[in-house]
Design a protein around this ligand. Sequence first.
Ligand code: FES
Length: 309
Amino acid sequence: MRYVCQDRGSERCPCILMEAGQCYTCSMSRKGICDCSVTWQGVCPYTEYMQRNRNCIYPLEHRIFRVRERKNYSEELAVVKIHVPRGFALKCRKAGAFVIAGEDGWTVPLSVMECVSAAEESTIAVAVNITGPKTMRLMKRCSAGSLWQLRGPYFSGIVNGEIYGPEKLSVIVAKGIASIPLINIRSQIGNNMAAFYLDSRKLPEKFVFDFFGGMDFEKVSLQNDVEAVGRKIRKDYEYCLNCSTERPNLMFMTSPYFVQRISEEAQIPMRQIIFPNHANMCCGEGICGACSHTDNDGTTVRACKCSVI
Ligand code: FES
C-alpha cells in the first residue's frame, strides 16, 4: 500500500519515524531501497535527513497559553478562545488543524474552529465537548485567564485533506460535533459552496446560529434520510462536474458510520471524500501508537501521521 504523510516536506519532516526506520513515505528508511521512481511525492525526506547529518526534527513541546474567553452553549459544550502568537494562529488556518491540550499528564486533541491573526491580538477558538473524564477536567479550566498547556498545531484532523482545493466548488454534509473542522475553513469555501446539508440535531441552536448562521444550508436528518442525502450528493456532484469540469471538494464531516453510508449511497469512492480523522489521537507525533491500526498489508499505520493513498 502507499501512504501520504501529513508532514512530508513540511518543517516537521524528517520526523522521529525516519530515525526509527519507519517513515511511511520513504522506502529508503524502511527497506534501504529507494522506490521513488514509482512513488515519488515531490520531496525526499531521506535526502533532508542525510543533509541534517542524520538528525530528525524532534516532536513539538507543550507551551503555555492563556484563555481569553469562554462561551457556554450547553452543560457539555463550550467554545474557548485562547491567546496565541500570530504565527501560530496563521498556521491554524490550514484545513484539518488541531492542537493538543495537556492536562495532568493526559492529552486532549481539539480541532481548531476559528483563528484570528492580527498584529494587536491573535487567537484561536476550540470547542470543548465533554465526552469523558479528560474533557470533564479540561472544562473546569476554561474560564478567562486560565493557563493551558498546548502543543501544535497538527494537520491530520481530516483525512484526504491534500485533495482539498479552496478554488473548487464544495459539496458538504455535516453532522453534530464532527462539523467543527469545517467551521475553521468556512470563509475559504465562501461563495464556492455548491450544496451544504447540515444535521444539527445534536448541536445547541445558539451554536448553529453563531457558527453556521451566515451559511446557506439545508437541514437534514441523517438518521432517517441517509439514502435521500446520498442521492442529493450524487446529483450535486454531477452538477459540479458538468459546470466546472472539476471534481468538487466532497466533505462529509460526520461520524465514520455516516461517511461510509453516504459514500455508498452516493456511489463515490472514499478516496475522493474529505472526512474527519476519528482515530484516537494522543501524542500526534507518531510515537505512542494510540491512533494506530494494522492495514491489509500488515503495516501498522499511525493515523496521526498518514493515511493510505
Ligand atoms: S497519536 Fe500517538 S502515534 Fe498517533
